[in-house]
Design a protein around this ligand. Structure first.
Ligand code: NAP
Length: 291
């Protein structure tokens, strides 16, 4: 079993981005600038945004963190997005999800202009991805593709089973794995909560991407010997013995699945770090297109 180490693979992406930024600055140009918006103080969202901002500064990107109270009116958020859309010094905009109930997430996603939509959630970018056109790919599926590329994992002709069909992970992942590209060309089955015989389907998989948000859902008896297992899940599970009072669990029962897998991602330390790498790459791309 080979561990698909997000620390190592994401470091390689960040090293390369750092070099790109240094080259731009040496040419007298400004650095790419990411604006991150955080509404409220959800613990997990705080952690994700802090990590994104920290990663920006480590590779030489500029970043702005814009915070709003939990109870803001939707229009305040939309006005801020409009301002950032029109600000030529901002290359990428992300709004950390989930948002409080009074705010319509889809409206917010569509308010960010496609050219600055570095999360790749805007319907224009989703449509382009569908048609195989250059676009901002949602950061998590993009990060997984970067991971496959880093470890040179051959995907051609393999049967990939993606569990989960969300717009931010499962669905774009299924498109990327089935696309006619270097780390695509899989035959893809996409599963969801209405799928019958999920275990039997998973047992046919050469590659499993688990993105359903159910801790340790994928057990050893669902995995074929030698399968490649990508665990996207991140769930905080209460644990009084843990320092913070919770532990992060993936969607795969790592200890029992790992001995059967040829490659497997850990949680934490796997896909989460690659997601940030994907976001940073999208931000550089937005900068280059905006110049
Ligand atoms: P989501 O929007 O809740 O979607 C979950 C998907 O899983 C849905 O399509 C759902 O089916 C399906 N599902 C739920 N229970 C199932 C079951 N028992 N059997 C089969 N399918 C089932 O979640 P998401 O945003 O895609 O996120 C999924 C997980 O990834 C979460 O743990 C999230 O925290 C994590 N995540 C991690 C990263 C990262 O950077 N590592 C990034 C994003 C998300 P239906 O469509 O039928 O409801």
């Amino acid at each position: 079993m080979i561990l698909l180490d997000g620390k190592i693979a994401s470091q390689s992406v960040r090293d390369s981005l750092k070099q790109d930024v240094a080259n731009l600055v040496n040419q007298g140009k400004r650095a790419p600038h990411l604006a991150a918006i955080l509404v409220g103080n959800n613990g997990a969202s705080e952690t994700y945004v802090a990590s994104k901002v920290k990663n920006c500064s480590e590779i030489g990107f500029q970043s702005s963190l814009i915070r709003f109270e939990e109870n803001i009116h939707e229009s305040v958020l939309l006005d801020k997005i409009a301002e950032l859309n029109n600000d030529p010094s901002i290359d990428g905009i992300l709004v950390q999800l989930p948002l409080p109930k009074q705010i319509n997430e889809q409206k917010v996603i569509e308010a960010i202009i496609a050219e600055k939509d570095v999360d790749g959630f805007h319907p224009v970018n989703a449509g382009k991805l569908m048609q195989g056109l250059p676009s901002f790919i949602p950061a998590t599926p993009y990060g997984i593709m970067l991971m496959l590329e880093y470890y040179k994992i051959s995907t051609k002709g393999k049967h990939a089973v993606v569990i989960g069909r969300s717009n931010i992970v499962g669905r774009p992942m299924s498109i990327l794995l089935s696309s006619n590209s270097a780390y695509g060309n899989c035959t893809v089955t996409i599963c969801h909560s209405h799928t019958h015989n999920l275990k039997e389907i998973c047992l046919q998989a050469d590659i499993i991407v688990a993105a359903l948000g159910r801790p340790e859902f994928v057990k050893a008896d669902m995995v074929k010997e030698g399968a490649i297992v990508i665990d996207v899940g991140i769930t905080r599970v209460e644990d009084a013995t843990a320092k913070k009072g919770f532990r992060i669990k993936g969607d795969v029962a790592f200890d029992e699945v790992a001995p059967k897998a040829s490659y497997i991602t850990p949680v934490p330390g796997g896909v989460g770090l690659m997601t940030i790498a994907g976001l940073l790459k999208n931000t550089l791309q937005a900068y280059l297109q905006n110049q």
